[in-house]
Design a protein around this ligand. Sequence first.
Ligand code: OOB
Length: 555
Amino acid sequence: MRPGCTPWPEEFAERYRAAGYWTGETLGAFLRDRARRFADRTAVVSAGERWTYAELDERADRLATGLARRLDLGPGDPVVVQLPNTPEVFEVVFALFRIGALPVYALPAHRSAEVGHLAAATGARALVTAAGGGFDHVGMALRVAAAADGPRPHVVDAAPGAADAPREGVRPLADLRSDTVDPTVFAAPDPGDAAFFQLSGGTTGLPKLIPRTHDDYLYSVRASADICELTPDTVYLSALPVVHNFPMSSPGFLGVMHAGGSVVLAPDPSPATCLGLIEAERVTLASVVPPVAMLWLDAVDGGAESGRDLSSLHTLQVGGARFAPEAARRVAPVLGCRLQQVFGMAEGLVNYTRPEDDDATVTGTQGRPISPDDEIRVVRPDGAEAAPGEPGELLTRGPYTIRGYYDAPAHNARAFTEDGFYRTGDVVRTTPTGHLVVEGRVKDQINRGGEKIAPDEVEDHLLAHPGVHDAAVVAMPDPYLGERACAYVIPRDGAEDLTRPAVLRFLRGRGLASYKIPDRVEVVPAFPATGVGKVSRRDLRAAIADAAARPAGRA
Ligand code: OOB
């Protein structure tokens, strides 16, 4: 395995192979096989474009050839991929898989702080992004590349018009598509090795990198496709950025491709865009985060989209954050489809409610694990096993849950138990049927409608402001997003100009993803303290929950 990755102990690896979970298939071979079986079926639909499986496969081959020949990319090379929901995202990632290079997935919302970290932490050899969308991702990639310690990574612009207006130091993707295919550039990576990196939501400091292997990931993909009963007739709408774990593999576009179905990419999650696509493309399955589900429900339930024909939609998947049971109960009557709750994490474990579950289970639980070999422990704060039905922290290990973050031994020692269980930081209880109900969390993280914020990452940026003496970022309840972030700051003596707008401007200037910019800033003279003199986050949370209940403007 790549240095910095933590392998599964051999006895587990053997067991997972013997059980048929780890089959030795690689992501590059995966598409080749689907292209043979489903050649003329539609693989991808996006912004008026339609690619069959054979076309996607050929595009991946041609781009793989160009990436290898013209950029000298090859086995083991990390490449940051920050692309919106356009078909090029598939062309790029499958081309990378073919040459054995490793996509490092960045969300479109990530800014230089995150992308720079991803590039530096992996030693990325290229950054693939796309112009357009209201933010200069290409300019940001150029700045990140210029700041790289080692050899300067290539910057590739995948936007369709990139070749028409060439930019200094940028390779348009179109220039990298070779006319001919050179099979000698194709690699045969070890299926037990890392195939790509995902970013963790993070609880402390900089976001951690999650290495997923071909074996482990494709197992979760195949099993998810089975659980979700996907077929070649499945038409899947991804309303979220497809490089997130949920729309990638739960069952996501990979699950749909496993089954030979079609993937429809929504450019944005709005009801007008997505419900229009569901109607026009006869979408059968869609996945969203809770705030988006609520928007769709309101738009259909007497709102602007009430006239849509959504009769093709069979299942709406909701996950990423807590979906209130009241909202969950509206899905079937309002949208006329089944609800499936998905409780997953980029580190591995994914839980689904099942098609055969009764309504109370579907609306009231977050599902049960994919695999019979997903080991679940629910523990009390002292580490003792909780009684059945008693809430506790969820620990897990299994055939597709990582054994360690990339190159993070100190953090791994805390995030995993000695015997390899991942400490999820989620508080759950189990039902007699083995379903999990998410009750809360013990990890210091803010879940802003599915987008995760590590408070101390933002605090570190705040503390870099010369006028900030101390900072604490806490969650405040929000009826729409579930939670938003509030930053409490104590100004340094004499820093009278430490105003809310100044703090927000400063954070934006630090290149932080927009969802991490606090929704509210409170400038205070001191923090409440706990008995031992630590900052009492609980008191801060209570204070802001109280204040949020009263009308107040965003800073
Ligand atoms: C998904 O992945 P991540 O890595 O962005 O976030 C994982 C965390 C979980 O540990 C949990 O705290 C929270 O997000 N979460 C949920 C949830 N689904 C995720 N909390 C309550 N209810 C749910 N249904 O978010 C993710 C990955 C794959 C599939 C689905 C979601």
